[in-house]
Design a protein. Structure first.
Length: 296
């Protein structure tokens, strides 16, 4: 898990389980969060809430406050994969469940397009784990596709030649925006994602803005546009945000009376980047969690 400093935030409002692209079941995610000193946690799997009941049970056992959440991916103009977090949703709402099933079908279609592009580029895929996820109804994400490339013996010489030393390196080289095998989502729009979250009783937060949009002026303009759609807040505090980026987001949120959340985006203890809870900096700003904070 790595060292956690006492002054680190005691909330962590984005994490992922095996129901999307995380490496551990929901109960194990909660147990590790509790061990790391997390008091307020969100399980925010991509386009699914199927792990929330398990996470809620584990949270009660470990004395962690857990807010039901989901992370919805949406294309937005030049940015093919904007993420909108929904907090405090009714995860049993029938309309929400049907809508998320539609989004997962689009995610699966995207995965098949990327698999096809990889094959056209001469890569083989060991689809054992992918087939297992298909049969169990679990979504297939880019980490699973990259792992299938890395696992196939026929690729070993080429992987070495291209200096791709693990599955995350394959993902970065071939499956992110601007790389040869990338394919984007087709639905929903950011406006629709916000509306879906609101209809399920939740609050809509733009996740890790500087992950997807690099220019500060464009980030501010995008925040203003999303506020027009009904956005409730920004994930200002994030593991890859610099102090300057964090302050810019928190200050803009304050001007617009928006909530500000934060996370280390936990995907598993062995993940290259997102492996430690509470590993994000507040940069001398005070979070505004509002009703997302269910500890009281």
């Amino acid at each position: 898990m790595g060292a956690v400093f006492p002054a680190a935030p005691t909330f962590d409002l984005q994490s992922h389980s095996t129901y999307s692209d995380g490496l551990l079941p929901p109960a194990h995610v909660v147990a590790l969060a509790a061990a790391a000193g997390v008091e307020l946690l969100a399980l925010s799997d991509h386009d699914t809430v199927d792990g929330i009941d398990e996470a809620l049970g584990a949270a009660r056992h470990h004395g962690v406050a857990l807010v039901p959440a989901v992370e919805i991916s949406a294309p937005d103009g030049a940015h093919p994969d904007i993420h909108v977090l929904g907090y405090g949703i009714d995860h049993l709402d029938a309309t929400l469940l049907d809508t998320l099933a539609t989004y997962r079908a689009d995610r699966d279609s995207r995965a098949e397009r990327m698999i096809g592009k990889l094959r056209e580029l001469g890569w083989e895929l060991d689809e054992t784990s992918i087939d297992r996820r298909r049969k169990s109804g679990q979504p297939i994400g880019r980490p699973h596709i990259a792992a299938a490339v890395f696992a196939h013996p026929a690729n070993q010489e080429r992987l070495a030649r291209e200096q791709l030393t693990d599955a995350p390196a394959v993902l970065v080289a071939y499956l992110i925006e601007g790389t040869p095998a990338f394919a984007g989502r087709t639905i929903p729009t950011v406006q629709t994602a916000i509306d879906v979250i609101h209809a399920a009783g939740g609050l809509a937060i733009w996740a890790h803005p500087f992950w997807d949009v690099k220019d500060p002026a464009e980030v501010n303009a995008t925040i203003d546009r999303y506020v027009g759609y009904g956005l409730d807040g920004i994930e200002a505090f994030y593991i890859t945000h610099s102090p300057e980026q964090t302050r810019l987001l928190a200050d803009r949120a304050g001007e617009l009376d928006l909530l500000t959340t934060g996370s280390a985006d936990f995907h598993g203890p062995d993940h290259r980047h997102f492996h430690a809870f509470r590993a994000f900096d507040l940069a001398d700003r005070v979070p505004r969690l509002g009703s997302i904070d269910v500890r009281e």
